[in-house]
Design a protein. Structure first.
Lengths: 332, 312, 528
């Protein structure tokens, strides 16, 4: 992948939350890149460090107690780690914008939705307040809400419509990169589908890229081009949609697929992954997944290296030192 | 919204009835009566008694109360036993001075407490936070008469910038307003601080930052407007306290307000003046509280919607 | 450093700062105690700050701070020192009192004579104008005294007037129902001021503000201030000042500050602590007057067991008045030995005072049947008199009297003493100059006789003296009253309160007198 083609590049990102009594190791050295025009899904359970990663890109980690300990992030070639606050304020909302998880709390209750959308436009583009408000109306139309409702307040909208407003805010200035943090998790299943397809349309129309954070493999299958699987602050497997779904390599990823109920076989027993995610303040020295892994051996006591399976597919599992090794899923 | 306002005005009537009843009876329970102040020094006991009968003060309380209410319903609050002036006119003559002092004091306290409270919340736990809280505590602990005298000594005597008292001109308002305002600021600062702390954790601030809004605006516009609600409540109650008259400050600065009027009336057992003034005071306070509630609605659209539905 | 210790440290710092602030707050409000013993003070004289000459420049407006409120400008509604000061500015009485000689002198009336023991005829000046331009005539006097029948303060004053008649335009005859020697003395009090008939016909509501005085009312803002303009057609000597303002400043320390500041030229009703402060300032003058308000400790002489004079005499032997003066008034005040006005006709202090003798006190207690002492309740109004009560408590414990102090506000005290439910009380009584004023202290019908003292001989003497035109006989009557009162001691007089005024150094033209005769109307301040 050539550098000019990358909209986002993360190298060895380490993020900690340093509290008074202990340190939470939220992100432990992840590397990720995203090509222009592509949608990458960042998958993992709650607590894997996905949101922290997303917030780091916009430097929205609450500081204190969060600290970016190490690593490089660049957005369209621009260095984020060493950018000043003023520079970040220009980037946020214009080059990169974010769609948050919970629409009920993401909107300011005392301002109209029109104002909240227009504010983004006013900050980044030199147009008048009235112009911006008109544009805000257009954005609302784009997400399927009548422009006349721009003068209404968040409490007058349902959850699904609130999320659309959030999307309208995120897209108002035509950002190149959109980070969507579980955008449909808080919505009804029927609305989920609507919102998802809306997001997909808008991305295509604007020729933008998206980093989609989710724990729902179904959504990943629907719209992502590439997938990265995160566990305990590390990326354990990365690849194209095809790679991950049909050529699963990492035991954790396998566990995720196995946890899905099988609609065809209603009598089958659910196979959850045994055990719990490790305590982020007290991570094991070796592979973080080892305690829960069916394939765990002595090798797992050292930190696994990232191993390229193909030029698109990589996995971090020491079991593949053994060329004969394979997991159950996908093996014939 | 109109229905809501009308309902509130209707409720005021009950407040007034209750207040008038309680005040009238309580005053009459205190030993002594107004004759000790209006009967001339050389009057004989018989003459004093005759005066008491003439003023109708020998009749049982219940009858006197009913007579009073009969007049009240017609809009007549009676006359002062001491000066003979109409109670309503006297109160209304003093009210502007009290209103001026009340609003100026709240203004001073807001001027102090909002920046201080926001700064304390933003830098929670740091020395800035602690200093603000101590400053607020200082304002609360300083006795009014001490601060008032100190301000007079410094600004009137030494520097000659402001007059020592009276109510003539804008300059004479400043020292009394500062005296009362610093005392009010303490509670208001803590309120601003704690409601800001709550708001600061809210997700919508993160959304604002993600849009690229400058941090200063995030705090002062996005966060603060939400922190206003509890602030308005507290500022409103503070205002009602001062509307009753800041007696000590009025005495120190010879400020001709309602507080001293009521106090003097109590000392002279001037029943009509006391009852009338306290009723008027409770009406004034009810009106101010209504305005405060309407202010909430102006700030918070969710409350506006509730009021529009016709009631709280 | 762990956060717990950090927080504890902070807590201690905050606590100590708070305590320091609170203590400093208390500190600066404490009154300075002075080293004074009872100081001698000037009697009423005209103040001569600086004798005015031809070329002296005078301040156009003079400001007086008063510590007592003015509630009305109707001379017939209220009669007390605070109001009379203001009334004297705008109104005149028929006659005046020369403080130095004690004699009645002409004012609106230029001469008078008693036609009979019950008829007084007065001739008025013919060059007097009211503020509304009308000439003063006898008809105004007739009108005034008729109106006086309805005024709260004046009705008692004219209750012995049978008739007031205008003999001609400038001659008035007053007929009384029985002889009353003190009529002229009483008529110097502002409640007898002459009002304009025309002004009151034109404006029944406010016409009473029109008088014949050198000052004309400009503005009256109740509870705030009264302001005046000079009346250039005044019949007497004009003051060089053109405007006058009397401001109500309730807090005396602030009043003194405004004096220092130049905002005010004269402060009345200062406390003894403020007096010390004024004295120390070389730009200000302190005026001290022997007050005529007698502070006293009285018994309810109509209620057992204190209706027994032996018990009262015992108490008199156990009191140290000097200590009370020192504690309550910082040493200022004149010792009182008789319950009479110290500038009042008939004053006699030749009977001496009860000696401090604890043995004699105990002996008297035993003779009365209380060898082991007894209980006593002292009712006292809130304020400086509480200190007096506390001292009495300490002093009387020496002879086995167990005192409880009942502190109330002044309206309650009036009610309690009127009902006669009290045992003893600490209070004050202001005396005028007329001899018959003593009725207020000793007549059982008077509301100010809070001791409910009723001695038949005393009552008889009072009525004899008021009709007695022979001065010597009168004096003898009053002397006998004081002899009886000294023996029966229903009231133990303690001291006459000193009055303090703070003034601008260049102030003059004031006639100082602590009774209602203090006259500010000639006031001026020389501009330096």
């Amino acid at each position: 992948m050539s550098k000019e083609n990358l909209i986002l590049e993360i190298e060895n990102l380490v993020v900690n939350y340093e509290l008074e009594a202990e340190t939470v190791r939220a992100v432990n050295g992840i590397s990720l890149s995203l090509e222009k025009g592509k949608i990458v899904g960042l998958v993992g359970e709650t607590g894997a460090g996905k949101t922290t990663t997303a917030l780091s890109i916009l430097k929205l980690i609450p500081d204190p107690p969060g600290i970016i300990k190490n690593g490089n992030i660049s957005v369209d070639g621009q260095d984020i780690i060493h950018a000043s606050i003023e520079e970040m304020e220009v980037i946020r909302g214009k080059d990169v914008s974010m769609i948050f998880q919970d629409p009920m709390t993401s909107l300011n209750p005392v301002f109209t939705v029109g104002d909240q959308i227009a504010e983004s436009i006013e900050i980044h583009e030199k147009i008048s307040r009235n112009e911006a408000f008109k544009r805000a109306g257009e954005m609302l139309e784009m997400v399927g809400i009548p422009a006349s409702r721009a003068t209404e307040y968040p409490h007058q909208f349902s959850g699904g419509m609130k999320q659309r407003v959030v999307i309208a805010i995120a897209l108002a200035c035509n950002p190149k990169l959109i980070i969507a943090d579980e955008p449909t998790t808080a919505l009804d299943v029927t609305i989920q589908a609507q919102v998802l397809s809306l997001i997909k349309d808008l991305i295509e129309k604007n020729n933008a890229s998206m980093l989609l954070i989710t724990h729902d493999l179904g959504i990943v299958a629907e719209i992502c081009d590439e997938v990265a699987v995160m566990y305990a602050g590390r990326i354990v497997e990365k690849g194209t949609l095809e790679d991950i779904f049909n050529n699963t390599k990492h035991p954790y990823t396998e566990g995720l697929f196995n946890s899905l109920p099988n609609i065809d076989d209603r009598n089958a027993i659910l196979k959850p992954i045994k055990g719990l995610m490790p305590d982020p303040t007290n991570l094991p020295r070796g592979c973080s997944f080892a305690p829960r892994c069916d394939y765990c051996t002595d090798i797992c006591e050292i930190q696994p290296e990232n191993r390229m399976i193909s030029h698109t597919h990589s996995v971090a599992c020491s079991a593949y030192e053994n060329p004969e090794f394979s997991i159950v899923r996908g093996s014939k | 919204m109109l229905r809501y306002i009308l309902r509130r005005i209707f409720l005021m009537i009950f407040v007034v009835l209750g207040v008038s009843f309680v005040v009238f009876f309580v005053i009459n329970l205190a030993p002594g009566d107004v004759l000790s102040k209006i009967a001339p020094e050389d009057a004989t006991l018989e003459e004093v008694e005759a005066l008491r009968v003439e003023l109708g003060l020998d009749r049982p309380i219940m009858f006197r109360y009913l007579d009073y209410m009969k007049g009240f319903v017609k809009g007549d609050l009676g006359k002062s036993y001491i000066t003979g002036d109409d109670v309503f006119k006297t109160y209304m003559a003093k009210l502007p001075a009290t209103l001026k002092l009340a609003f100026a004091s709240i203004f001073v306290s807001i001027l102090i407490s909002i920046p201080l409270g926001i700064m304390a919340a933003k830098n929670r736990g740091s020395w800035k936070d602690n200093v603000s809280m101590v400053a607020a505590l200082l304002g609360l602990s300083m006795p009014n008469f001490w601060l008032g005298l100190l301000l007079i000594l410094l600004f009137s005597l030494k520097l000659g910038w402001f007059p020592t008292g009276g109510a003539i001109g804008f300059k004479s308002l400043i020292l009394p307003a500062i005296t009362v305002g610093t005392g009010l600021a303490a509670l208001l600062t803590r309120t601003v601080r704690s409601s800001m702390l709550e708001v600061i954790r809210q997700d919508y601030l993160r959304t604002a930052r993600a849009k690229g809004v400058k941090e200063k605006i995030v705090i002062n516009k996005h966060a603060f407007k939400n922190a206003l609600i509890p602030t308005i409540t507290i500022a409103g109650t503070q205002l009602t306290r001062v509307l009753g008259g800041a007696v000590i400050t009025e005495t120190i600065f010879a400020w001709p307000g309602v507080g001293r009027l009521i106090l003097d009336a109590v000392y002279s057992r001037d029943v009509t003046m006391i009852t009338g003034c306290i009723i008027l005071k409770s009406i004034t306070i009810s009106i101010i509280l209504l305005i405060v509630d309407l202010l909430y609605a102006a700030v918070d659209p969710r409350i506006r919607a509730q009021f529009a539905k016709g009631g709280k | 450093m762990s956060n717990f210790i950090k927080r504890k440290r902070l807590f201690l710092i905050i606590c100590s700062m708070t305590i320091m602030v609170l203590m400093s707050g208390c500190g600066s409000k404490e009154a300075e105690t002075s080293q004074g013993d009872a100081q001698s003070s000037s009697t009423g004289t005209t103040s001569e700050a600086a004798a005015p000459t031809e070329n002296t420049k005078y301040k156009e407006e003079v400001v007086i701070n008063t510590g007592a409120q003015v509630t009305t400008l109707d001379v017939q509604e209220v009669s007390n020192v605070a109001h009379n000061r203001v009334f004297k500015l705008t109104h005149d009485t028929l006659v005046d009192l020369d403080i130095d000689t004690g004699k009645i002198v002409p004012k609106l009336a230029k001469e008078w004579e008693w036609l009979s023991p019950t008829e007084l005829q007065l001739k008025l000046r013919n060059d007097v104008f009211f503020h509304n331009g009308e000439e003063l005539k006898a008809s105004d006097v007739v009108f005034t005294f008729k109106r006086a029948e309805n005024g709260k303060a004046s009705t008692g004053r004219v209750s012995n007037f049978v008739d007031v008649v205008a003999v001609d335009d400038f001659t008035v005859k007053i007929t009384l129902n029985k002889p009353f020697v003190d009529l002229l003395d009483n008529m110097t009090i502002p409640v007898y001021s002459i009002l304009s008939e025309k002004a009151l016909i034109d404006d029944p509501n406010m016409g009473y503000t029109v008088g014949t005085g050198v000052w004309k009312l400009n503005e009256f803002v109740s509870n705030d201030y009264v302001s005046f303009d000079r009346f250039d057609k005044y019949w007497g000597e004009l003051t060089p000042t053109q405007k006058l303002k009397v401001k109500y400043v309730p807090e005396s320390s602030v009043s003194v500050i405004s004096l220092e500041n130049g905002e005010a030229d004269l402060c009345t009703d200062l406390t003894s602590s403020d007096a010390v402060f004024v004295e120390k300032n070389k730009d200000l003058s302190l005026v001290e007057i022997d007050g005529t308000t007698c502070q006293f400790f009285g018994f309810n002489a109509s209620k057992a067991p204190w209706d027994n004079k032996l018990l009262r005499q015992a108490v008199a032997h156990a009191i140290v008045k000097e200590d009370i003066i020192t504690a309550t008034e910082n040493g200022y005040g004149k010792l009182a030995t008789t319950f009479w006005g110290n500038s009042q006709f008939g004053y006699y202090d030749g009977f001496g005072d009860y000696e401090y003798d604890l043995d004699e006190a105990k002996r008297l207690l035993a003779e009365a049947g209380y060898p082991n002492g007894l209980d006593l309740e002292i009712t006292v109004p809130t304020g400086y008199r509480v200190t007096t009560a506390e001292l009495l408590q300490a002093q009387l414990s020496q002879i086995g009297i167990n005192v409880t102090i009942n502190e109330v506000d002044s309206a309650a005290l009036t009610s309690i003493t009127n009902d006669g439910t009290h045992e003893s009380f600490v209070y004050g009584l202001g005396f005028n100059t007329a001899g018959d004023d003593i009725r207020r202290a000793y007549s059982p019908k008077s509301t100010t006789n809070r001791s409910h003292y009723a001695n038949d001989r005393v009552i008889e003497l009072i009525d004899l003296a008021v009709a007695e035109f022979d001065t010597d006989k009168r004096l003898a009557d009053y002397k006998e009253i004081q002899e009886i009162a000294h023996d029966e001691i229903p009231v133990i007089p303690l001291y006459y309160q000193t009055l303090f005024f703070g003034t601008n150094k260049n102030l003059g033209g004031v006639t100082w007198n602590s009774t209602s005769n203090t006259d500010f109307s000639g006031i001026y301040v020389i501009e330096k």
